[in-house]
Design a binder for this molecule. Sequence first.
Ligand SMILES: Cc1cc2nc3c(=O)[nH]c(=O)nc-3n(C[C@H](O)[C@H](O)[C@H](O)COP(=O)(O)O)c2cc1C
Length: 463
Amino acid sequence: MSAAATPVVAPPGLVGGTLGCPDFRRRRGLRYAYYAGAMYKGIGSRALVVRMGRAGLLGFLGTGGLRPEEIAADLRGIAADLGGQGTYGANFLASPLDPAAERAAAELLVALEVPHVEAAAFTTVTPDLAWLRARGLQAGPDGGIVRPRQIVAKLSRPEVAALFLAPAPAPLLERLVAAGRLTPEEARLAAALPLADDLCVEADSGGHTDRGVLGVLLPFIRRQRDEARRARGWTTPIGVGAAGGLGTPEAVAAAFTLGADFVVTGSVNQCTAEAGTSDLAKDLLQTAEPQDTDLVPAGDMFELGAKVQVFKRGLLFPGRAKKLYELYRQLDSLDQLDARTREQLETRVFGRPLAAVYEETKAYYLTRRPEVIARAEQDPKHRMALVFRWYFVHSSRLARRGDSAGRADFQIHCGPALGAFNQLVRGTPREDWRHRHVDEIAGLLMEGAAAVLRERWAALAAG
Ligand SMILES: Cc1cc2nc3c(=O)[nH]c(=O)nc-3n(C[C@H](O)[C@H](O)[C@H](O)COP(=O)(O)O)c2cc1C
């Protein structure tokens, strides 16, 4: 019997709005168990977050790389645009190399009463992560704990999930109380809560990625969550959601079938009218195929060997980024560059002498973090890293500004999900990114996933 002729035996009410965990939707005030993940430097823009909020959905402002005053202006603008009609969130990134920046970001999120926080890139529990969890907690009338903000932790490793399924470590809370940053009551309540309200398990995604496999990680971390709830006696649910590679209704349906309480998109949202990047970058992205991505060194965690997934077709950036990392691994100092390589770097990659790049970098850090330059002056390998990292900042800026002369060097974070979405909308008005809107993409993926599940259910039941 064909699927079309099969009577639908799935629950007749199975629609986009019923997928995932009802508690996640209720707690966060959402129509769908879905959110648009943050995209750094305001690519996940004010417009994107407001558009989601107005549609009864959730988007996170891409705060990474923005100055505190820019973040504050965007957050105030979002709250004003929404006027209480809809919710919103902001990204909170671990910043191991610059703890002062992490603290400033945490204080801003608390001061501006941001209702949803997406914590990402954490591998340990930092004082400011613990503070963000604890600050403002109050005992509720029913014996529960009133939380001023909901925290979702985005992660790709079970050992990091374990940190967020436990409360903030007691010594950390005690130190925060001793420093006058928390009241004893806030610390007491934080000790009775997991560090995060929800976990988002990120598989092979655009941007920073461990290229995890969703089918492995999601069931694993769900069981870890169930075990932690049992062992610690948590009474409130903790959602476990899925991100990475979700660009079609089928992929979203698969994530829910694996047990996702909610789903998260990223790459598909960068190629929309609302994304805060250039028309030129979006023009390139709307032609992406699934195989048009590559894994390259990450500029912000260059020395650590972290990787980001980027769009590659027709661009020189991926090859150049890899070459710089190779040189960094091989050499101890820029002085060890052979004449030909130096000449190629200066003329083709940097477009200026490496000495000028260092001077520019030095001027930047001396006003913000002079200790970085103090170290670089003593350590030639660190100096080389700073010079090479300049290219990663530059290439990302070229893409966001849409500098056509620098097109070959565009650094555009993107995963294969976008290629799959592009195929889905080819030949429809949404082939053109100008007709793609983040809230409509959410609807298309969620209602589409419900339709896929109804159809598959019927086909499976028919044998
Ligand atoms: C252009 C771009 C920038 C991103 N920047 C951030 C970021 O600053 N912080 C963050 O937590 N995640 C960031 N991400 C990850 C997304 O929030 C999301 O988790 C991921 O893109 C989902 O996987 P997908 O790309 O396969 O849809 C970024 C992703 C993209 C595509």
